[in-house]
Ligand binder design. Structure first.
Ligand code: NAD
Length: 483
């Protein structure tokens, strides 16, 4: 068995917003798990940088508590202390002068250095400018930015231009944590590491493809942001679009950042605008016990969608005529993310009495558990003639691969380590983000022009009835959420 623990060289990682929610819930616990996996060299340092007045000891205490709450590991005190000793803190004001000279003095310029912008996007420009003015970042530095990458094409272009003033595209790591999932990478291994799948990966053999990202939570504390965004901007433009690209792209000539991202970009450019009747928007209603979307978002008149289902097509030779159904929503009946590739049925059965139209289905599950299975048709064991049954073939091979198959590496930690290694393959390039907005904007403008109002749906369901009809009227059905 090949060990996944590839050591990285010493580094300085500065987390702007190092006291914030994202840093405490995801980034720092993730880094601790990498430490436990032996991937954090002794000489590496993590420098929290935020507005709060803290010293190193105060920051270590905060991170200690965050790991206790969100770390998901039963850590030994000695490990925790060793990790915390690699942490530092500096008080900076992104919009002022405080802390910047001190940060400059702290950074070791002969090592890999990376700056994680875990702050509101409105501060990205200020940070980039100061990193440059105080000569903290140089041509080898890396910056990591989080979604949202704008709220439309115009704001995304402005954001990209702001970053481009001080950083080259090869230095910018735009995180979409869906791309850091083990199964997403396994999807590429399966597609491009086997002869078996790729010849059938087209409109001759695939009936349709579905992508479902279903959440059980509502908007919770993010109501003010979410109400300005909605499911289309918050989920489809980035996460679902990225998954769609990896499923639909042509084989890159080599697995490297630009080759992969060039192919993804071609998919987005070929993506057709869905007809209005191929889009279903929904908003979760109040129930007897729980408030509805409008109450949670604090906007009684809101027409923002907390659910969207749509059918679109990719206009190229491989995919012409193959519907791609995308669906995502909040307060649904299960937390489940799945890409489902539904092959065409076999067309003719040689088995008398076998009425069922058997078809292969490849399920790529991302949440709540990661996994991949292929539905195949076999003979039902035992006497009594040729009775056929459909069974799932587990393609995660947990038994064959042992504990490594149950990789618990969180997407964030995997991606952060890719930043340190300088590997941009699983990060979005600026032109991809802009192309995705070029597709998204006219759809949203269409709703505004037509005064489109989302359909109310009951919490704990699969969304509005119309979303089911989107497939039913074409003789298909949704797969991604277990009934
Ligand atoms: P947060 O409000 O919890 O934290 C913000 C951080 O920024 C704090 O550490 C604060 O001290 C710092 N900060 C604010 N103003 C500052 C200034 N002038 N100078 C220096 N530091 C300043 O926010 P968050 O939830 O951690 O989100 C951070 C970013 O990540 C946002 O862009 C958000 O959209 C994005 N994001 C967050 C999540 C999440 O799960 N929380 C998920 C996806 C994306």
């Amino acid at each position: 068995m090949v060990s996944r623990v590839i050591p990285v060289e010493d580094f300085d990682l500065v987390i702007f917003g190092g006291t914030g929610d994202l840093a405490r819930r995801k980034i720092l616990p993730g880094l601790f798990r990498r430490f436990l996996a032996g991937q954090m060299p002794k000489g590496a340092r993590i420098i929290g940088a935020a507005r709060s007045e803290l010293d190193d000891a105060g920051y270590r205490k905060m991170v200690d508590e965050a790991i206790g709450e969100f770390g998901g590991v039963d850590a030994k005190r000695a490990d925790l202390d060793a990790f915390l000793a690699q942490l530092h803190y500096i008080t900076v004001d992104a919009r002022g002068t405080d802390g910047w000279s001190e940060l400059h003095d702290l950074i070791r310029f002969d090592l890999v250095n990376a700056f994680y912008f875990s702050v509101a996007p409105s501060l990205f420009g200020d940070l980039a400018e100061r990193l440059h003015d105080y000569k903290i970042a140089d041509d080898d530095s890396r910056i990591v930015v989080e979604k949202p990458f704008g709220r439309d094409l115009e704001t995304a272009q402005a954001l990209n231009n702001t970053l481009a003033q001080h950083f080259d595209e090869t230095q910018i790591y735009r995180i979409d944590h869906y791309l850091g999932k083990e199964t997403v990478q396994n999807l590429m291994a399966v597609r491009f590491g086997n002869l078996l799948f790729e010849p059938l990966w087209n409109n001759h053999y695939i009936d349709h493809i579905q992508i479902t990202v279903a959440e059980t939570v509502g908007v919770e504390g993010r109501g003010a942001y979410y109400d300005q965004a909605g499911a289309m901007r918050d989920m489809v433009q980035n996460h679902l679009m990225q998954l769609l690209c990896l499923i639909a792209m042509e084989a890159p000539s080599v697995f490297d950042a630009d080759a992969v991202r060039d192919e993804k970009l071609k998919v987005i450019r070929a993506l057709q605008e869905p007809a209005p009747h191929h889009i279903v928007r929904g908003q979760y209603d109040a129930s007897k016990t729980a408030p509805g979307y409008r109450e949670e978002a604090g906007n009684p008149q809101s027409h923002t969608e907390s659910f969207i289902a749509l059918r679109c097509e990719i206009a190229n030779w491989r995919w012409a005529g193959v519907p791609f159904y995308l669906r995502t929503g909040k307060k649904l009946k299960a937390r489940s993310s799945e890409i489902t590739v539904v092959y065409k049925d076999i067309g003719h059965s040689i088995f008398p009495g076998d009425e069922k139209r058997h078809r292969n289905i490849l399920r790529i599950q991302l949440q709540p558990n990661e996994g991949m299975e292929l539905q195949v048709t076999i003979k039902e064991p035992g006497p009594g003639g040729m009775r056929l049954i459909d069974v799932p073939l587990d393609m995660t091979f947990a038994e064959a691969l042992g504990p490594d198959a149950e990789d618990s590496t969180d997407a964030y930690e995997r991606l952060i380590m890719d930043v340190i290694r300088g590997n941009q393959t699983l990060f979005m390039r600026g032109d991809e983000v802009e192309a995705a907005w070029r597709w998204t904007d006219p759809i949203i403008e269409g709703w505004q022009r037509r005064g489109d109002v989302p359909k109310l749906y009951d919490q704990g369901t699969t969304g509005p009835e119309d979303a089911l009809m989107l497939l039913h009227r074409e003789g298909r059905r949704w797969q991604g959420i277990k009934e």
